[in-house]
Write a protein that binds this ligand. Sequence first.
Ligand SMILES: Cc1cc2nc3c(=O)[nH]c(=O)nc-3n(C[C@H](O)[C@H](O)[C@H](O)COP(=O)(O)OP(=O)(O)OC[C@H]3O[C@@H](n4cnc5c(N)ncnc54)[C@H](O)[C@@H]3O)c2cc1C
Length: 451
Amino acid sequence: MQQGKIATDALVIGGGIAGLQAALDLADQGFRVLIVEREPSIGGKMIALSKVFPTLDCSSCICTPRMAAAAHHENISILTYCEVQQVDPAGDGFTARILKKPRYVDEVVCTGCRLCEYACPVNVAHEFEGELVARKAIYVPFSNAIPQVAMVDLDNCLLCGRCEKECPPGAIDFFQEPEEVTVEAGTVIIATGFEMTHMEAKPEYGLGRLRNVLNPLQVERLLAPHGPYGRVLRPSDGKVPDTIAYIQCAGSRDHTLGVPYCSRVCCMYAIKQAMLLSGSLPLVEVTIYYMDIRAFGKGFEQFYQNAKAMGIEFVKAKVAKITEDEQQNPVVRIEVIEEDGRVEERAHDMVVLSLGIVPAGHADGVLPASRAEDGFFLAAEPKLAPCRTDHEGVFVAGTAAGPKDIPDSIVEGGAAALEAAAHLRRNGRSPGRDMNARQESTQGTLAQQAN
Ligand SMILES: Cc1cc2nc3c(=O)[nH]c(=O)nc-3n(C[C@H](O)[C@H](O)[C@H](O)COP(=O)(O)OP(=O)(O)OC[C@H]3O[C@@H](n4cnc5c(N)ncnc54)[C@H](O)[C@@H]3O)c2cc1C
């Protein structure tokens, strides 16, 4: 295995919006930052969303500039498609072992032209598009991925060599091997984000078994302008759906799934998606089955009231199970709470489970920070210093610390950067020379703009 070494001021684990914000804020102060991301592109979940509540801004329009700013920042280096194996304290800093997985494409040489993709004869379910369409066995992860570099999915590759023949700069290298990179850093920021609740323990909801029962990230892709079908169609037969239902708290506030807490964003993303669906399909009827609506943030209650005014139906009901009729319409069996627990079955063209948020990341012991009972990283002083973990010099930001929305994740990214900068300064690390250079260039740009 090849080996490499990197020395940096701060190691940021996770290149979602929280990690990007932390990295940018540290780098803007002149500290050198390394972002390690396990997926082939930075951007986290936000880059896959359609629009964001409560403003309905286009998500990729506001996330892509952040990704590009990090990628082009002189003080930020990025390693994608890398697994953090172990982080240990070393002196007044940390040593991290990182496994750089082979892409079988030379990142420096690849231009992202995609001619390899067009030549590849293999079709495989496309993870970024919620497995609703196919990708090739060699592919650029998505259209605004950073870096714009292809990678080979060796498990599905036929080794036919067509991509190699088509690649103009000769970037494909089937002999690439995993590389171990040792990182020495003065501080660590954990921004490993979240995953959606795993629903294997709830087979009665049909996720993964019934084709028209979707997870909410699949609907984000259906609603995205450059999404899988370019419009909203149901997956089983391409029909334009007339009725769509949302099941709230599917994967949150549920002890049987080990997720007893409220995931905080599901009510709002369901309402957002319901509004966007009503916008793209004017005749669609959207029903939200819920226990409580938790619209706790700034402008959120108004957003909820707007959805009601648009005609979205809110039914206070418990969902027992979801089956399917002969036309593959999901049939929802509900107990209507407001009508003395009357049991009903209602068929819809599509059902979306508003899944909860569970922590992503590592096995215990990989990072020098403890987790709380719910699996999220523990804040040592949740009230006064929510980004500090129980290990000095290790900070946490975004959904790695608990469910939250994008603005809160960004605020925490900034707070973690401030804490990390103070820690570096206390340990005698001062920002590099680049800061002055950048400040001058920023002032130059501002002066130009002012003129
Ligand atoms: C369906 C849905 C819709 C939503 N809509 C909205 C909305 O409209 N508005 C809003 O404000 N919020 C919304 N949210 C919430 C929003 O997605 C999150 O607040 C935000 O993405 C959190 O960012 P993050 O950086 O903490 O985590 P993530 O986006 O999860 O990023 C974490 C990154 O860390 C990487 N990572 C994980 N483990 C490792 C590891 N071991 N090593 C290296 N890298 C690792 C991951 O690959 C990922 O790139 C929505 C959430 C969902 C599920």
